[in-house]
Design a protein around this ligand. Structure first.
Ligand code: ADP
Ligand code: ZN
Ligand code: ZN
Length: 744
């Protein structure tokens, strides 16, 4: 095999541009992806990473690589390959993909971080310890402490044990403990007390055993086997399977990534993994968006240096620099949060499958309501479907009642129906019995629009073509698209009429209705407004778990991944708005949300009950959810998608233009569409561009071109050149979203 002749590198300081060099003969065969190199730079030499091996360099005159620096590449080779895949598939350049993979704190501060002492017991020194520590009480205590903890930061050991510094130093001097310098990280938080099965291992049920067998067999195949689609009803023990799979790969000395939706990254979830791993002395690293820059850098190095072998986190945790990867778990794989909203607009679930393939790692995608994309992949046997049909301990799925709001008596105040008689009664009963309830309304604020009944004026955002939401808690109108806000008007700014009408409902209005209907009830409202403070989310969940609140009401925040055995009633208030969104996935999303939230009821011994209030009781998403009929919904929905050529049958690419001038933006996107038509002829149908459903955001006019295509990569070069390449007028932005999820 011929060795590559050229290498493309990313300079260590700043990854904004890539440069090509020639590989001199004496370095042939020695440069791997991710390798750190010394390359000439003007009159100096700098450090850079090998990120690609182009067949031809981009410039004519290339200089030679000077040397290989250090034996370990900063970026594992697998991630370099992943970056290349991202750049090819998601229409971004390689530097942008690398920037996504290599977090800012690491790039800007390579090798930084405070150094500190790490103390570890030396294995096999028990006898010696027994001999030499006789009579040295404090040292003996320190030794016991160290053995139990398995090692720790010097300062943390001293602080937590209350044993003086001299004793620890003595252990090192006597050869019982070893001291090393490491980059300092904060001590791990203690596992949350009170989580019932932290560390305990239940015996697997029949379906779980069968599931584990299928997984073992599949991953034994070449390259880690196909991805597993673990399709199990809520509470069927999917997480238990993740844990077992995790244990299996760890026992082989491999590493693993567990992805969860950001919102499920609660202390409860983390504690469950931590509890189980503690038994194996495996360090778990949690990555989340609230981490400080320093914390992120520390985590990254901890992972890179192999000290943490399991990483759990949201979307971006997929890029954890682990080597020897054995398993990637994507929990709630259907969750929209896995798609990144800005460039590169990657989907972490799909990238998980790609990374698994690159590294020969097994991939488990789990959900009670898999995305149609994954389900279809399983139908075609690209993924292996493993099902858990029963809840653990035979708990029954809750009974779902549809409440037809058309038949409900309207409140005298003129507002919308918030709590139907049936739901109100059920909530009241639950409270009397000391059981708990959840009430979901996926919209924050008090009322999504304010209108004057006299002149018809609607309070709109000045910069976006949407009504502003009235937030009663602080008396302000807020735009949920650009965060603009202003005081709520007392009278109509148009005609001066004092009778403004609040239309529709958000969580604040629901809260008001609950408090009114159930005097003395203990409740918490959970949405991104009320849970802003750091730790508020965890605190609210703890209060609920300990039975200090009766009702948890809020947005989809309450729908995910929570396990509260005492919840026996779930109310869903208002799904109609979500059903009528101009998005082909609207039904799928509502169905998933309903099944997920219904799954929160009756996870203990007492059966649960769910109430869904709606004006469209016969909508298929609602009817199928009522019967927990995932297969039925899928079948019908796939038929509809097929008829229209929507994903998963074809791939959706959304091209968007936005700019300050409506005419200019419209003309630019039309021009682009025209050019693409010329290029592609009959190969791809290019429709007329149209105004986006939300036609203006932050003062910019938005237009879209929605493509349905069979294959993505072959179109990418054209799209990069025609959409991303041109210099558009000042203030105009154009982008390409492959496998678009957000069509608004
Ligand atoms: P899912 O992830 O499918 O919602 P979980 O794994 O969270 O389900 O399981 C639901 C509950 O059942 C958890 O409390 C879990 O500890 C428990 N559980 C899971 N598997 C078993 C089992 N085989 N035996 C007993 N309890 C189990
Ligand atoms: Zn008016
Ligand atoms: Zn706005």
């Amino acid at each position: 095999m011929a060795f590559p002749e050229f290498v493309r590198v990313a300079p260590e300081l700043g990854l904004d541009r890539l440069f090509d060099y020639r590989i001199p003969e004496f370095l042939h065969g020695q440069i791997q992806l991710g390798q750190r190199l010394k390359v000439p730079w003007g009159r100096r030499e700098i450090l850079a990473y090998a990120v690609d091996f182009p067949r031809q360099p981009e410039v004519e005159k290339v200089r030679d690589v000077s040397a290989v620096a250090g034996e370990r590449p900063l970026l594992p080779a697998g991630l370099c390959q992943l970056a290349r895949w991202m750049a090819d598939y998601y229409a971004c350049d390689l530097a942008a993909a690398l920037r996504t993979i290599l977090p800012g704190p690491v790039r800007s501060h390579e090798g930084g971080g405070k150094m500190a002492w790490w103390i570890e017991p030396v294995a096999g020194r028990e006898e010696l310890a027994a001999k030499v520590l006789k009579g040295a009480k404090a040292q003996a205590k320190a030794w016991d402490y160290l053995k139990k903890s398995g090692g720790g930061w010097f300062t943390v050991l001293v602080r937590d044990s209350g044993i003086g510094t001299a004793s620890w130093k003595a252990l090192v001097d006597r050869g019982l403990a070893e001291r090393s310098e490491r980059r300092f990280m904060k001590a791990e938080e203690e596992p949350e007390a009170g989580w019932p099965d932290a560390g305990k291992k239940p015996e697997l049920g029949e379906e779980q055993v069968a599931g584990m067998k299928s997984w073992e067999a599949e991953r034994g195949k070449k390259g880690g086997g196909r991805p597993i689609l673990l399709e199990g009803v809520t509470g069927s023990g999917k997480t238990e399977i993740y844990l077992r799979a995790l244990e299996a790969v760890l026992a082989e000395g491999k590493t693993a990534v567990v992805l969860v939706p950001e919102i499920s990254l609660t202390p409860q979830t983390v504690a469950r993994f931590r509890g189980r791993l503690a038994g194996q002395r495996v360090r778990l690293c949690v990555l989340h968006s609230a981490q400080t820059t320093a914390e992120r850098r520390e985590s990254w190095h901890e992972i890179r240096e192999g000290r943490a072998r399991v990483v759990i986190g949201a979307r971006s945790a997929l890029f954890a620099p682990l080597e020897n990867l054995g398993l990637i778990v994507v929990d709630e794989e259907h969750d929209g949060g896995y798609k990144q909203g800005e460039s590169p607009r990657y989907h972490a679930r799909d990238l998980a499958v790609v990374r698994g393939k690159i590294e020969g790692a097994s991939v488990i995608l789990g959900s009670a309501t898999p995305s149609l994309e994954s389900a279809y992949n399983a139908d075609r046997e690209r993924y292996l479907r493993v099902r858990l049909r029963k809840r653990v301990d035979g708990a029954r799925l809750p009974k779902v009642q549809i409440v037809d709001l058309r038949k409900e008596e309207k409140p005298k105040t003129g507002g919308p129906v918030m709590l139907s008689a049936a739901l109100r009664q059920a909530l009241e009963e639950r409270r009397k019995k000391g059981e708990q309830s959840l009430v979901l309304l996926n919209r924050r604020g008090y009322a999504p629009s304010v209108q004057c009944p006299h002149c018809g004026r609607v309070e709109e955002c000045e910069r976006c073509a949407v009504p502003m939401t009235y937030h009663r808690s602080d008396g302000r109108m807020k735009c949920h698209f650009c965060d603009a806000e202003r005081p709520a008007p007392g009278v109509c700014p148009g005609c001066g009429s004092p009778q403004l009408k609040f239309t529709g409902a958000g969580t604040e209005r629901l809260e008001e209705a609950v408090v009114e209907a159930l005097p003395g009830v203990r409740w918490t409202r959970m949405d991104s407004d009320s849970m802003k403070a750091r730790g508020a989310h965890g605190k609210a969940l703890a209060a609920f778990r300990e039975g200090r609140t009766d009702i948890l009401l809020g947005t989809q925040m309450i729908a995910k991944g929570l396990h509260f055995p005492n919840v026996t009633c779930v109310g869903v208030v208002g799904v109609d708005a979500a059903l009528s969104l101009p998005d082909f996935r609207a039904s799928e999303r509502v169905f998933q949300l309903l099944v997920q939230v219904a799954g929160r009821a009756g996870r203990g011994e007492i059966p649960g009950e769910v109430f869904v209030q709606t004006y469209t009781p016969f909508h298929p998403a609602i009817q199928f959810a009522r019967h927990h009929d995932v297969d039925g919904f899928r079948e019908q929905e796939l038929e509809y998608r097929k008829a229209h050529g929507y994903p998963p049958f074809r791939r959706a690419i959304l091209i968007s233009f936005s700019g300050p001038s409506e005419a200019q933006t419209a003309a630019s996107i039309r021009h682009t569409a025209e050019r693409l038509r010329g290029l592609w002829k009959e190969r791809v149908e290019v429709p007329e561009p149209s105004a986006a459903p939300i036609a203006r955001v932050e003062g910019k006019y938005r237009f879209q071109l929605f493509l349905l295509v069979d294959k993505v990569p072959e179109l990418m070069a054209d799209l990069k050149r025609e959409v991303l390449g041109p210099k558009w007028p000042v203030g105009m932005r154009a982008y390409v979203d492959v496998d678009a999820q957000d069509l608004l």
